[in-house]
Design a binder for this molecule. Sequence first.
Ligand code: SF4
Ligand code: SF4
Length: 239
Amino acid sequence: MPVVQEMENTIIRMMEDLQRALQKPPSERRWGMVIDLTKCVACDACTVSCKAENKTPPGVNYTVVIKEEVGTYPNVREAFLPRPCMHCDNPPCVDVCPVSATWQNEEGVVVVDYDACIGCRYCMTACPYGARNFDFGEWYTEDTPKLAPYETAPTFEYSERRVRSNHESPVGNVRKCHFCLHRVREGLLPACINDCIGRARYFGDLTDPDSLVSELLRERYSFRLKEELGTQPKVFYLS
Ligand code: SF4
Ligand code: SF4
């Protein structure tokens, strides 16, 4: 099958999985992500796509691609590791929050209430994956004659419309990947899944045995990061 057609079919399959999951009560679905390390080409399309979707400012990156050189000269190669929030089933970032501004929702997604967050950053310290970021209120086009429209456009994270300004949430809050819940609720895949050039990222309902993510986890060897910590991530890697 031509590569482009295969990639399109994968997207259609995941969107059908999504529709099936959305028909279930929220507490009966469990969103998860699978990342195929053999397909990632480190193009950073996922990082850019996420930034465009969530209008994240300097220093706030919900998903990054970690690049590392492995081996000894002359037998060296680069290894790539895309790293969003793991949406841990046992999330150490949640218990440390003094104002209960972050929790795991009924679909298993670890979320943040920007209005409740006091910006103490305890959760950032507790996260063993470095998945949380603090919004210091910076702009890419600061000190230019005018802030660029793409920076001041509203975001729709958590299905709330927010226009970022210097002193209002989410400025002064901790921010992180939320599996693009605002898109998923509308039947759309998370932005990073949609725009992955290598078709290395997959998303779906882990409780549905017929979903593509479940099928991949059944058929391929998978692992999770820092499993020894007992955090039970819902992001799985194929190698
Ligand atoms: S920074 Fe916000 S979400 Fe994190 S622990 Fe503090 S109040 Fe809670
Ligand atoms: S990866 Fe970090 S921020 Fe995400 S749920 Fe786990 S501990 Fe919390």
